[in-house]
Ligand binder design. Structure first.
Ligand code: NAG
Ligand code: NAG
Ligand code: NAG
Ligand code: NAG
Ligand code: NAG
Ligand code: NAG
Ligand code: NAG
Ligand code: NAG
Ligand code: NAG
Length: 473
C-alpha cells in the first residue's frame, strides 16, 4: 500500500521538480570530472535508458555507444551549463518533440550513427537556440521537416552525410549563418534553383557521392562565400553555362567522377581564386578554348582518367605556370600539338605520366620519350605505322616494345641518310611522312633490325633501360 502511494505522489509531482532537476552526484555507470567544466562520461556503459539526473554543472555529456532507444520530453532535465552532448552510436528510434528543452546553452549536439531514427518531428530541436553544430549523419533519415531549424538561428555546421535524402532538405533554405553543410553519401538526384537559396555565408558544401544528374540554372548563385565545393562522384553529364557564376571565393572545386564530356568556357570564368580543380574520372574529350582563362590562382588541375587526346596550347595558355597537372589515363595523341607540353614538362618537371596512344609509332611511349622530328624547323607529326595490328587504349609492354622497334627503325633511317652527328637536343628523328616506311628501307636494314630486336628483348627484362637505350643510340 505504502509503495503505491509513493509512486502516485511521484507521478503527480510537477515535472519541473521531480524529473527536470539536476543532481550533485555523478550518475551510476558514468564518471565525472570535478574540474570547473564538469564532463560526464557515460560512453560504452550498456545503457538502455538515460540516467534520471545529470550533475547540475555538467558542461559536456558523452553517452556514445550505448543502447538508448528513446528520448522523452526534456530528457536531460535542466542543465544550464551544458555545451556539448553526444548520443552517437546508440539505437535511438524516437525523439519526443521538446526532448532537448532545458539545455539553453547547448552548442553541439551529436546524434550520428543511430540507424533507426528515419524521421524527425518539426519540434525535435525546439529551444536549442544557441546550437552551433548538429550531427545527424548515418541516421537513415529520408527527409527533414522544412521548419525543423526555425529556432536554430546560430547553427553553423550541419552534418547529414550518409542518410537517404533524395533532395536537399528544404530546412536549410535561408539559413544565412550556416558555414558548413555535409550531405555526402545520400541519394540526392537534383539541385533545384531554390535548394540553396540564402546560404550567403556557406564556406563548405559537400554533395559528393550522391546521384545528382541535374543542376538547375543559378542553383549556386547565393553561395558567394563558398570556398570548398564537392560535387564529385555524381551523375552529371552537363552543367548549366553559368553554374559557378559569382563564386569568386571558391578555392577548391571537385567535379571528378561524373559523366562530363565537354568543359565549357563559361563555367569557370569567375573563379579567380580557385586553387584546385578536379575534373578527373569523367569522359572529357573536349575542352573549349578559354575554359581556364580566368583561373589565375590555379595551382593544381586534375584531368586524369578522361578521354582527352589533345590539350592545345591555346586551352592551357593562361595557366601555364600551374604547379601540378595530372594527365595520366587519357588516350593522348602525341602529335605536334602536344610538343609544347613535352617542352613544358622538361622545363618545369611538374607533369609526368602522359602515355601516348597514338600515332602508332609512339603508342605506348610516354610523351617525355617522344622525339619530334623537324623539317626546316617545323615539327613533323610522328608517323602512323603499320607495325602494330591493334593499338590498345593504354600502354602495355607489347606496345612499348613495338614503339621501341619503330624508333630503332627510324634511327636506322637517319643513319642511312648520313646524319647522326646532331646533338641530342637537336637530334630529333627525321621521320618519314605519314605511313611512308618503305619496304626498301626495311629490307636494307633487316640484319641490323634483327640485332636490335634481340637487344630489345634483352632490355625488356629491365624496362628502365628502355629510355636510356633510346637516348644512347
Ligand atoms: C534497435 O532498435 C530496433 C528498432 O527499434 C530494433 O529492431 C533493434 O533490435 C535494436 N537493436 C539493438 C542492438 O538494440
Ligand atoms: C544569423 O545570426 C544573427 C546573429 O546571431 C541572427 O540575428 C540572425 O537571425 C541569424 N539568421 C538566421 C537566418 O537565422
Ligand atoms: C561537346 O563539344 C563537341 C565539339 O565542339 C560538340 O560537338 C558537342 O555537341 C559538345 N557536347 C556537349 C554535351 O556540349
Ligand atoms: C574572364 O574575366 C573577364 C573579366 O572579368 C571577363 O570579361 C571574361 O568574360 C572572363 N572569361 C570567361 C571565359 O568567362
Ligand atoms: C572518347 O572520345 C571519342 C571521340 O573523341 C568517342 O568516339 C568515344 O566514344 C569516347 N569514349 C568515351 C568512353 O566516352
Ligand atoms: C626547306 O627549305 C628549303 C630551303 O629553304 C626549301 O628549298 C625546301 O623546299 C624546304 N622544304 C620543305 C619541306 O619545306
Ligand atoms: C648533316 O648535318 C649537317 C649539320 O649538322 C649538315 O651540314 C649536313 O648537310 C647534314 N647531312 C644530311 C645528309 O642531311
Ligand atoms: C638545331 O640545328 C640547327 C641547324 O643545324 C640550328 O640552327 C638550331 O639552332 C639548332 N637548334 C637547337 C635547339 O639547338
Ligand atoms: C596499313 O596497311 C593496310 C594494308 O596494307 C593499309 O590499307 C592501311 O592504309 C595502312 N595504314 C596506315 C595507317 O598506313
Amino acid at each position: 500500500m505504502f509503495v503505491t502511494v509513493i509512486a502516485v505522489s511521484f507521478l503527480m509531482l510537477p515535472h519541473g521538480v521531480a524529473l527536470w532537476a539536476c543532481t550533485r552526484s555523478c550518475p551510476p555507470s558514468c564518471t565525472c570530472t570535478q574540474e570547473k567544466s564538469c564532463t560526464v562520461l557515460c560512453d560504452r556503459a550498456n545503457m538502455v535508458e538515460l540516467p534520471a539526473e545529470f550533475p547540475c554543472e555538467a558542461s559536456s555529456i558523452n553517452l556514445e555507444k550505448n543502447s538508448l532507444k528513446f528520448l522523452a520530453e526534456r530528457a536531460f532535465g535542466t542543465l544550464p551549463s551544458l555545451k556539448s552532448l553526444s548520443l552517437d552510436h546508440n539505437n535511438i528510434s524516437f525523439i519526443t518533440p521538446g526532448a532537448f528543452k532545458g539545455l539553453p546553452n547547448l552548442l553541439e549536439l551529436k546524434m550520428a550513427h543511430n540507424e533507426y531514427i528515419r524521421y524527425l518531428h518539426t519540434r525535435t530541436f525546439t529551444s536549442l537556440k544557441r546550437l552551433v553544430r548538429l550531427d545527424l549523419s548515418d541516421c537513415n533519415l529520408f527527409n527533414m521537416p522544412d521548419r525543423i531549424f526555425l529556432e536554430q538561428i546560430s547553427l553553423k555546421e550541419l552534418l547529414c552525410f550518409q542518410n537517404n535524402f533524395r533532395r536537399i532538405p528544404g530546412a536549410i533554405r535561408g539559413m544565412e549563418n550556416l558555414t558548413h553543410i555535409y550531405l555526402e553519401r545520400n541519394k540526392i538526384e537534383a539541385v533545384a534553383y531554390n535548394s540553396l537559396l540564402g546560404l550567403s555565408n556557406l564556406k563548405y558544401l559537400n554533395l559528393q557521392d550522391n546521384r545528382i544528374s541535374v543542376i538547375h540554372d543559378e542553383a549556386f548563385k547565393d553561395l558567394r562565400r563558398l570556398e570548398n565545393f564537392y560535387l564529385n562522384d555524381n551523375l552529371l553529364a552537363e552543367l548549366p553555362q553559368q553554374s559557378f557564376k559569382g563564386l569568386n571565393r571558391l578555392k577548391m572545386l571537385n567535379l571528378g567522377g561524373n559523366l562530363l564530356t565537354n568543359v565549357s568556357k563559361n563555367w569557370f570564368g569567375d573563379l579567380v581564386e580557385l586553387e584546385v580543380l578536379y575534373l578527373d574520372r569523367n569522359r572529357l574529350s573536349f575542352i573549349e578554348v578559354g575554359a581556364f582563362e580566368n583561373l589565375t590562382s590555379l595551382m593544381t588541375l586534375h584531368l586524369n582518367s578522361n578521354n582527352l587526346t589533345t590539350l592545345p596550347f591555346t586551352v592551357f595558355q593562361p595557366i601555364y605556370f600551374i604547379g601540378r597537372l595530372y594527365l595520366f589515363r587519357n588516350p593522348w595523341e602525341c602529335n605536334c600539338e602536344l610538343e609544347w607540353l613535352k617542352e613544358w614538362m622538361e622545363s618545369y618537371k611538374l607533369v609526368r605520366d602522359i602515355p601516348c596512344t597514338s600515332p602508332s609509332s609512339v603508342a605506348g611511349l610516354d610523351l617525355s620519350e617522344v622525339m619530334y622530328a623537324r623539317l626546316n624547323g617545323t615539327c613533323v607529326d610522328p608517323a602512323e605505322l603499320n607495325l602494330t595490328t591493334a593499338i590498345p587504349d593504354y600502354p602495355t609492354t607489347e606496345n612499348k616494345f613495338n614503339s621501341l622497334i619503330s624508333k630503332l627503325l627510324h634511327q636506322e633511317l637517319r643513319e642511312e641518310m648520313g646524319n647522326s652527328t646532331e646533338g641530342p637536343r637537336n637530334g630529333t628523328l627525321l621521320e618519314p611522312a605519314e605511313g611512308q616506311v618503305s619496304s626498301a628501307h626495311r629490307s636494307s636494314s633487316a640484319g641490323k633490325i634483327l640485332h636490335l630486336l634481340l637487344a630489345c628483348l634483352f632490355f625488356l627484362q629491365a624496362p628502365a633501360s628502355l629510355s636510356s637505350l633510346i637516348n644512347a643510340s
